[in-house]
Design a protein around this ligand. Structure first.
Ligand SMILES: NC(=O)c1ccc[n+]([C@@H]2O[C@H](COP(=O)([O-])OP(=O)(O)OC[C@H]3O[C@@H](n4cnc5c(N)ncnc54)[C@H](O)[C@@H]3O)[C@@H](O)[C@H]2O)c1
Length: 404
């Protein structure tokens, strides 16, 4: 495939796909395809409900387009797939979105097309699952007529420091020419590219990055519980331990979102199929999944210790998203904790400027609040937008608790 003939298409315009499409279209005419008509309509009206991009960022460059019409994919020959890879209620990898996207792409790929995957998966999915599906739908042969590759995404929503252009981008494919073409495309969006000739290694690297973080936070959560129970000051313990050269500093927290609570199950499921039980990996999940219940009991106890009445006192929660400075509520333990407390506390309200009625159902979410209207303020998610209000609260005698 010659450089001038590369016609890229980003499939799935969510947290991962949209920034990629927007960067790519600055350099080369690109198709952005999403299966959701609503998402496409909103983007065409310059609205990103994920809150990551403003109107000016969403302006289309000459010859690029955003569409939900899969027929337009036939004009493309380099696909980058960034569709969701969630887990089922039983924590089993759900590859249904990948399956659907491969069925769509399989119908339009032509000889020499390249399909790259950015969705987080377990080792082998790109070649053995997606590759086979593409073969079946296209009638073409993988590795002969068309080629696949994997480039894990390291995007961290809400984090402007580690944006796509600033971090190392792993690009993997088994075939030299595919790597060469992919490098040309990815160079348009990332400054540091690391090529790798084994796709399963790149797939594994992505999941273990998140598993390591999940486990380290899990360890801190466990230590935190022991410290609270024994009336030992956790922050001081960490401050002291951090003076050792090889101590890794992680904060305890509610681990939500689309990656950390999901990826360990992808790898452990894969390992199980290979006959290996991943006890360490899943122990992180066990403690992190239960942390909101621990917090629930702690908050109820704290409220009683503060001599407040859960039937009468007006209490406000700050932040419901899964982490600070984002509007994402997928697997948000702050939200779960709020819902649980709401059953017990009569006058409990929530403020989260990142949320609109559209992305949260059955909860009245305030965008601003009067400090004087509440007897207690609980900070669940430390959005930067709360900074000034929190400084004000701390100057008063108002009862205020941080989650950790
Ligand atoms: N969000 C993150 O921070 C992050 C970071 C690294 C990796 N990832 C991984 O990237 C992948 C995508 O995550 P995301 O957060 O961008 O998801 P998302 O839910 O924000 O976006 C996915 C988009 O894909 C669309 N879609 C679903 N099925 C489709 C199909 N068959 N064809 C075309 N479009 C389709 C959806 O409508 C949606 O707009 C996941 O595998 C995730 O694990 C996410």
């Amino acid at each position: 495939m010659k450089k001038s003939l590369i016609r890229p298409c980003v499939v799935g315009l969510g947290y991962v796909g949209l920034p990629l499409f927007l960067k790519l279209q600055n350099k080369i005419s690109t198709v952005g395809y999403d299966i959701s008509d609503t998402r496409v309509k909103e983007l065409k009206f310059f609205l990103d409900v994920n809150g990551e991009f403003k109107k000016k960022d969403l302006v289309l460059k000459k010859k690029s387009l955003i569409t939900s019409d899969k027929n337009l994919l036939k004009f493309c020959n380099f696909f980058i797939v960034a569709v969701p890879t969630p887990i089922s209620k039983k924590n089993i990898p759900d590859l249904s979105h990948l399956k659907k996207s491969c069925e769509i792409i399989g119908k339009v790929i032509v000889k020499n097309s390249i399909v790259f995957f950015e969705s987080t998966v377990y080792p082998g999915v790109t070649e053995n699952f997606c590759g086979r599906l593409l073969e079946k739908k296209s009638g073409l042969k993988l590795g002969v007529d068309f080629f696949v590759g994997y480039s894990p995404e390291r995007i961290n929503p809400g984090d402007k420091k580690h944006s796509i252009g600033k971090v190392v981008k792993i690009v993997s494919a088994t075939n030299n020419n595919t790597l060469k073409v992919a490098k040309k495309i990815y160079k348009k969006v990332a400054n540091k590219i690391l090529t790798n000739k084994n796709i399963k290694e790149a797939e594994s690297a992505k999941v273990i990055e998140n598993i390591q973080r999940d486990l380290n936070i899990g360890l801190m959560n466990e230590v935190y519980k022991v410290c609270v129970n024994s009336k030992i000051n956790f922050s001081n313990v960490i401050k002291l331990a951090s003076t050792k050269w090889n101590f890794l500093k992680f904060d305890p927290g509610l681990v939500g979102g689309h990656c950390l609570p999901v990826d360990p199950y992808y790898f452990s499921n894969f390992a199980e199929k290979k006959g290996i039980k991943t006890e360490v990996i899943l122990s992180g999940r066990k403690i992190n999944n239960s942390m909101y219940l621990y917090m629930y009991n702690k908050i109820i106890k704290d409220i009683k210790n503060l001599k407040l009445n859960i039937k009468k006192s007006r209490i406000l929660v700050l932040g419901l998203t899964y982490k600070k400075n984002v509007s994402d509520i997928r697997n948000s333990f702050a939200l779960k904790l709020y819902r649980l407390l709401k059953k017990k506390i009569k006058y409990l309200e929530a403020c989260d400027p990142f949320l609109t009625k559209k992305n949260i159902k059955n909860i009245k979410v305030l965008h601003n609040f009067n400090i004087d209207d509440y007897e207690l303020i609980l900070n669940f998610v430390n959005h930067d937008l709360f900074k000034n209000k929190i400084l004000k609260i701390k100057k008063t005698n108002k009862k205020y608790l941080n989650l950790f």
